[in-house]
Ligand binder design. Sequence first.
Ligand code: R2B
Ligand code: URA
Length: 290
Amino acid sequence: MKTMNPHLEGLEKDIYYHLGLTSDDAKRFETVHTVLMGGSAPRMKKVAELVSSRIGIPVEGPLGKTERYSLYLVGPVICINHGMGQPSLSILLHEITKLLIAAKAKDVAYIRIGTSGGIGHLPGTVICSTAGFNPQLSPTYNTIVLGEQRSFPANFDDQLAKLAFACSKEDSTKGYVGIRAALGNTMATDDFFEGQGRLDGALCCYTEADKQAYLQRCHEKGVANIEMETCMMAAFCLRAGISATAICTTLLDRLQGDQVTATPAMLADYANQAIEVGVRVVEARIAARQ
Ligand code: R2B
Ligand code: URA
C-alpha cells in the first residue's frame, strides 16, 4: 500500500483521531493482510474470537479507543466495526488505510461482513458483492466534495467476490458445510426506510405501487441486496487500489415485505452465515501465503 495523498508526505506524525491511534503505533500492524469489518462492535469482537480459534493466534485488543470503533488484531487480521451508514464507514476507511500505509502492510484486502435486505433471494442467502450501486441504480458513488457533485466508479475487484463465493461451497476436506450464496450487485442507501423503499417508516412520501415498481427496477438492474455502506466502500477501495468485497446475508426478501420478522435465533444464524464465509476467505488468504 502506498500513500496516494501528496498532502500527507510532509506530516511527521498523523493522528487517527477516531481510532485513538497515531502513525507512531503503525509498526504493530506491518504484517496485516486482511481487514474484516462489520457494523456492530460486539459482533466484531465475536468475529475476532472466531478468527482466533480458527487460525490459532490470540486476540489483541481492543486497541486504541473504543468510543466509535473497536479494533481487534488477530495476527495478520484486523477485525473492526464501522457503525451504520456510508459516512461512518468512510471515516474508518480513511483512518485504517492511512494506518496500514504507515505500517507498510502489503497486499491488504478489505472485507465487509454484514446484513442486508435481499431482492429475489431467500432470507439467509449470503451475497458476495461484485459492485456497489447507488439508489439511482448505477455502479458509481456520488458525493459532494468542495461543494461540487463528484462521481466515483464503484466496482469491486471481482476476484475477491469470486473467492468468497467459492468459499461458501461445501468442502469436506476443510470441514466446510455448504452455505447458500450468490454473486451480485449491492445497492447502498443513506437511509433504512424511505431510502430503501420501505412503507413502514415514521414517514412515507410514495405509494405501495411506486415502491414495487422501484424494487422491480432494482431487480432488473441486477441488484441482489440493499444495505447502507457498500457503494462508498467499493468506490474508496477502487480509488485506493485495495482488493475488497462485501459479504452480506439477506435478512428478508424485499420483494415480499419490509419488516424484519426473523426471530433473534434466526437473525443470529443468518449473521453467522456471512461471518463464516468471511472467516473462510481469511483462511484461504493465509493458506495462499504458506
Ligand atoms: C445493514 O444493516 C444496517 C441497518 O440495519 C446497516 O448498517 C446495513 O448496511
Ligand atoms: N440492513 C439494511 O440496510 N436493510 C435491510 O433491509 C436489512 C438490513
